[in-house]
Design a protein around this ligand. Sequence first.
Ligand code: NAD
Ligand code: UGA
Length: 471
Amino acid sequence: MSKPVSICIIGSGYVGLVAAVCFAEMGHRVICVDNDEARVKTLREGGVPIYEEHLPELLAKHRGRAVEFTTELAAAVDESEAIFIAVGTPQGTSGAADLSYVEAVVAQIARSIKAYKVIVEKSTVPVYTNEWICRVLNRHGVNSQLYDVVSNPEFLREGSAIIDFLHPNRIVVGAGNERSANLLRRIYEPLTEGSYYAQPGALAGACGIGATAPLLVTSAQSAELIKHASNAFLALKISFINAVANLAEAVDADIEDIAAGMGLDSRIGPKFLRAGLGYGGSCFPKDVAAFHWVAQKCGVDFQLLEEIRRINETQKEVFFNKVLSALWTLRGKRLAALGLAYKGDTDDVRESPAIDIIRKLLSAGATVTAYDPAAMGRAQEVLPAAENLAYASDIYEASKDADAVLILTDWKEFATIDLVRLIKAVRFPIVIDGRNLYQPQQMLDHGFTYVSVGRPTHYHAQEGKPSKLAV
Ligand code: NAD
Ligand code: UGA
């Protein structure tokens, strides 16, 4: 391997923290900066602030050795060759990304630069952010010889972030010159040349020696657009399959068969065709909105992006109406909500469809008992327990005396429920599954009426099929 690179990462959230331990795994030396003093304290003292597979062991391995945590940005910048910006870029009021955190960080970097640095945009940002960063540095009087700004978008998913980072499909580097592109090539060399995979204890995944990720060098604008376009395209696949699911329901077809049949076409592929409650999370919703804003600003009519968003919002209504159809009225009904996170394998509840649906059920007069394997703490910050909302410690406690059990997040634990135990816990055997985790026959065999997405509802014999009611 070439000489290790000294790296500063600003922001120690889902992206910054994962990048920090992964760069350390790859042999580099990392200083991770955050202005959240409590988070830095937790990290220094051995805590793990987010739920992410492999993160605890990699933090234990590298903390205090190849990875350090600090609130002192200037000193960290001074000691590093590459400065990665990994702070949040949330949605602003107009739909555009709020870049104020990025700007604040760039201003701080500007005050700290004394020698040549490569500044890397890792946060997801709209096109031309690279240019804006240069402009802010210039305004602060930084000599343009002292820096290059490179775009290096991140494609990891929460829940599998570490493996995604170390086994990427591709690495995109938007650089204006060879000097800065070469530093990024050096940073990623353990992955692109494969030396990481030969290392004892390397985490296994899709890449390996002889099967490494390509590193694509583009202009900064292209790299910025690759990120927004990739997220928007994945969101498009989800909205598309959800719209087809609604059609499938109308004609008694089965969306799981349809997705399988479509996915077998190698041009379409089977991934991201899981129908359900629609996409959530801190990225797809805001990135689709920000991408649309960019298109509008550039005078490009990209109405498709608005339609992706609209279908996604509608999907939550569709599910709510399924609950109404199954239960008739909601006032006073007791519902078990399985899932709070926006998807399985994470504790993140940002833009979680599960939280939106629970809010709607509560407003309609239902009483909800919720359970999630990892997101209970974060959920209670946005949705505190109340007279009509309780949190349970497992699936069966949540389902006790429930009029219906709702599956809202695709945790593996929810796909392997002990149905014999569940039916003893509930008041009425009705499961409304927003994630299609079960074969309908399996639920019927266990005595449940089973409502899912894009498939005919399966009524248990005891209940019988109702006539079509307009809700
Ligand atoms: P996050 O909210 O989890 O973390 C951001 C961190 O930055 C926080 O710890 C915050 O305290 C810190 N911060 C904010 N301002 C700071 C400052 N001035 N100085 C130092 N630290 C500061 O965010 P995240 O989920 O890691 O996302 C970061 C960026 O990466 C976003 O642009 C997001 O769109 C993008 N992204 C996220 C994911 C994901 O799965 N979460 C994947 C790819 C890309
Ligand atoms: C997504 C992208 O997959 C990452 O490549 C990207 O880096 C990241 O956004 C980002 O920019 O932040 P993430 O949000 O962690 O990653 O999770 P996904 O697995 O993509 O799921 C997003 C949402 O779509 C979840 O709510 C999930 O339940 C939903 N989804 C996903 C579906 O409804 N159906 C599917 O088939 C797939």
